[in-house]
Design a protein around this ligand. Structure first.
Ligand SMILES: NC(=O)c1ccc[n+]([C@@H]2O[C@H](COP(=O)([O-])OP(=O)(O)OC[C@H]3O[C@@H](n4cnc5c(N)ncnc54)[C@H](O)[C@@H]3O)[C@@H](O)[C@H]2O)c1
Length: 268
């Protein structure tokens, strides 16, 4: 079961897990790209289904877990990749992303502390609701099901390098990801005696819709690439590889970890 599976990292995880033989339930706010992802998986002969999810809603997360049971009878692996970079983020709307970056640059030119002092509380709340509370709700709804199974399973959350690096600008995103990191450790400690492993992935900059606007602006793009020792952004499939490892029995003694596939970001 992959939240945020319609695009980017979640979609790459969906495709990789399906290629390894998993039946995949994609759960996402965006229906059209989610159904396209399902069709792409089915065209390989693998099994996939889609359910619409509002990550910040408890009822929607419970419906997602129920849909997984209805389709496949068990929940063995969960990846929580649904996420937003700012309150009104819409995956795939690069124009809106560029406009927002320009507005932030203008505000910062007037007041270098604008991203903190003038932070819109609605933005803060929405980012925390989707990224942090959404991860909590996905863990709650699926762990409850897993605990009733003979073989409970494994949960992989998607944090970020921003869990441990405040990056630049608004605090909403890094705070939400630091929360995902601690939530992952807390859930891992609680669920370990019950047979569920919970680990986090903290990607560096990955080529997805979320970084598409940044990729259009040379100054930002070069800054990010310059700070990444490997000298490039990562590919979604490089995150899916790590998710596959963490979810698999190859990681049977790994829980509560945060692994950074980040091109060497944290070598400094
Ligand atoms: N791209 C990066 O550089 C990067 C780096 C570190 C962490 N991440 C994290 O990886 C995860 C996936 O992001 P991505 O880069 O693949 O971006 P993306 O935009 O390609 O994918 C995010 C997906 O989450 C879905 N989503 C957003 N809000 C939702 C909601 N309220 N309910 C359900 N689904 C929702 C979107 O529709 C989209 O399909 C996010 O949590 C992001 O914060 C990304």
């Amino acid at each position: 079961m992959i939240t945020g599976g319609s695009n980017g990292i979640g979609r790459a995880c969906s495709e990789r897990f399906a290629a390894e033989g998993a039946n995949v339930l994609i759960a996402d706010l965006l229906v059209d790209p989610g159904q396209a992802a399902v069709e792409a998986i089915r065209s390989t002969g693998a099994t996939a289904a889609f359910v619409q999810l509002e990550a910040a809603s408890q009822a929607s997360n419970e419906a997602m877990a129920a849909a997984a049971l209805e389709h496949f009878g068990t929940i063995d692996i969960v990846v929580t990749a649904a996420g937003i970079s700012h309150g009104d983020y819409k995956s795939g709307d690069v124009e809106a992303g560029l406009k927002r970056m320009q507005q932030a640059a203008e505000a910062s030119a007037v007041n270098p502390a604008a991203s903190l002092i003038d932070l819109d509380l609605d933005d803060w709340r929405r980012v925390l609701d989707v990224n942090l509370t959404g991860t909590l709700l996905a863990i709650q709804s699926t762990a409850a099901v897993m605990l009733d199974q003979d073989k409970p399973g494994s949960i992989v959350t998607i944090a970020s390098i921003a869990a441990r690096d405040p990056l630049w600008g608004s605090p909403s995103y890094p705070v939400s990801k630091a929360g995902v990191w601690m939530l992952t450790k807390n859930a891992a400690r609680t669920l370990a005696p019950l047979g569920i492993r919970v680990n986090a992935i903290g990607p560096g900059f990955i080529e997805t819709n979320m970084t598409a606007a940044l990729g259009e602006v040379d100054d930002y793009n070069n800054l990010v690439i310059g700070l990444t020792p490997m000298g490039r952004k990562g590919k979604p499939s490089e995150i899916a590889n790590v998710a596959l490892f963490l979810a698999s029995d190859e990681a049977s003694y790994v829980t509560g970890e945060l692994i950074h596939p980040d091109g060497g970001w944290f070598t400094g």
